[in-house]
Design a protein around this ligand. Structure first.
Ligand SMILES: *[C@@H]1O[C@H](CO)[C@@H](O)[C@H](O)[C@H]1NC(C)=O
Ligand SMILES: *[C@@H]1O[C@H](CO)[C@@H](O)[C@H](O)[C@H]1NC(C)=O
Ligand SMILES: *[C@@H]1O[C@H](CO)[C@@H](O)[C@H](O)[C@H]1NC(C)=O
Ligand SMILES: *[C@@H]1O[C@H](CO)[C@@H](O)[C@H](O)[C@H]1NC(C)=O
Ligand SMILES: *[C@@H]1O[C@H](CO)[C@@H](O)[C@H](O)[C@H]1NC(C)=O
Ligand SMILES: *[C@@H]1O[C@H](CO)[C@@H](O)[C@H](O)[C@H]1NC(C)=O
Ligand SMILES: *[C@@H]1O[C@H](CO)[C@@H](O)[C@H](O)[C@H]1NC(C)=O
Ligand SMILES: *[C@@H]1O[C@H](CO)[C@@H](O)[C@H](O)[C@H]1NC(C)=O
Ligand SMILES: *[C@@H]1O[C@H](CO)[C@@H](O)[C@H](O)[C@H]1NC(C)=O
Length: 336
């Protein structure tokens, strides 16, 4: 700021001495004024005087001299009003009449403070520096407990500022980290809007990753970890089978859905073997297989018939129905 006032004044010769020591001031300096000084000089001036003698038709003249004073003007540099000369630096210094503590008097009665210091409203001649506690990081303490981010920095919170490239932001340690607009699920944001799946995960879409496993009848809940569907039980790490309360002679094809093997039919929820002919004195124990009741043996003639075995000591004759006894024993044969 150049507050230069050109004042042209007439000063009397007496002041020349005072002016003398400021003559070297730079006329472009702050607070420097130019004054025009006059100095009085004397010089001899000739003039003609007519004398009482005739020179032809005119009176003769003689040349005489007299002294006259005249003024010459020179420019001098002085400090303007409100400024004073600093003889050491040979510059003009503005005067702040009540002082300018902690600041700089840049023009008469104008005290400025170096930011972030500012004039105390109560004492306009005193600069005060604001105090920020906690201290500002990448920011300047602009006013008491008010931080202003340094140029190109963005606020992180009320005390901390950060500078990151586009697409990045600061983490709690003020390190720059990429921004993913959709949160990365089971993955990490490795570049702006780029999620990278964690190990054991594969991308589901641009921001979501799902665990990888090879589950059958189960949900993949973590890498290589299956969780059986409801109604299923684990067979091994990856395979779940449907669970049926009891399913012998059948296949449990879905939870509590037991399908009997061929040759069996479901009776009261249980797979029973089917025998095409009625089993006599025997049980149907497998498809078309009659198993004799205790004490009976297979008949020689029909597969589905069991008969009382013929005693080796049979006193009579062996019929398919067993020993047909002669009337040789008092008691009739006991049939179990
Ligand atoms: C004195 O200053 C005036 C302007 O203030 C300028 O016009 C003039 O030329 C200067 N004279 C000399 C001798 O430098
Ligand atoms: C700033 O804080 C200092 C010291 O705590 C205090 O003296 C001063 O008055 C405060 N300034 C303002 C503008 O509140
Ligand atoms: C601002 O963030 C920094 C860095 O995470 C932290 O240390 C500080 O306590 C925070 N300040 C406030 C006022 O939240
Ligand atoms: C990705 O999938 C999740 C869940 O399946 C869904 O909520 C999200 O909107 C999808 N995001 C994109 C970008 O398709
Ligand atoms: C993320 O992984 C967990 C298991 O690690 C899984 O339960 C969850 O379904 C996964 N999220 C998505 C959206 O796939
Ligand atoms: C798990 O059991 C299924 C069915 O029994 C079988 O096909 C598969 O190979 C088994 N897997 C492992 C890893 O044992
Ligand atoms: C059992 O499974 C069979 C074959 O899939 C189906 O036809 C039948 O309806 C199922 N029964 C029940 C009770 O779910
Ligand atoms: C069947 O035949 C054999 C020999 O022919 C005989 O020993 C056996 O007792 C007979 N079995 C019955 C139950 O009749
Ligand atoms: C054996 O005796 C009974 C009476 O005890 C009789 O009815 C039957 O006819 C006799 N059988 C033979 C072959 O004699």
């Amino acid at each position: 700021m150049c507050l230069r006032i050109i004042v042209i004044c007439l000063l009397v010769v007496l002041l020349v001495d005072f002016i003398g020591f400021t003559e070297a001031l730079d006329q472009n300096g702050d607070g420097v004024c130019i004054v025009k000084l006059s100095s009085r000089n004397r010089r001899k001036r000739p003039y003609n005087v007519a004398i009482n003698k005739w020179c032809g038709r005119k009176k003769c003249v003689v040349r005489k001299y007299r002294f006259e004073t005249y003024l010459t003007w020179t420019n001098h540099t002085v400090c303007c009003n409100g400024w004073q000369h600093d003889s050491e630096l040979d510059i003009c210094e503005a005067i702040c009449s009540t002082g300018c503590y902690g600041g700089k008097c840049i023009s008469p009665e104008q005290c400025i403070c170096l930011p972030p210091a500012h004039l105390d409203p109560d004492r306009p001649n005193t600069c005060v520096t604001p105090v920020c506690n906690p201290t500002c990081v990448n920011a300047d303490c602009h006013a008491n407990n008010t931080c202003l981010c340094k140029p190109d920095y963005k606020p992180y919170n009320s005390t901390h500022c950060f500078k990151c490239d586009d697409g990045y932001t600061a983490d709690e340690n003020l390190n720059c980290v990429p921004i993913c607009d959709n949160p990365c699920i089971n993955s990490t944001c490795t570049a702006p809007n780029t999620c990278t799946c964690a190990e054991g995960y594969r991308p589901k879409n641009s921001s979501v990753c799902e665990p990888i496993c090879d589950c059958v009848n189960a949900d993949c809940i973590a890498p290589n970890t299956c969780s059986c569907f409801k109604g299923y039980i684990p067979v091994n790490k990856t395979f779940c089978a449907p669970k049926c309360n009891s399913c012998s002679h059948g296949d449990c094809i879905s939870p509590n859905n037991c399908t009997c093997h061929s040759g069996y039919v479901k009776i009261k929820g249980v797979c029973k073997p089917q025998c095409s002919k009625t089993c006599v004195n025997s049980f149907c124990t497998a498809p078309n297989v009659c198993s004799c009741k205790k004490g009976y043996v297979k008949s020689n003639s029909s597969d589905n018939v069991c008969v009382v075995p013929c005693d080796e000591n049979c006193k009579g004759y062996c019929d398919d129905g067993g020993c047909v006894k002669w009337n040789c024993s008092s008691k009739p044969i006991e049939i179990q």
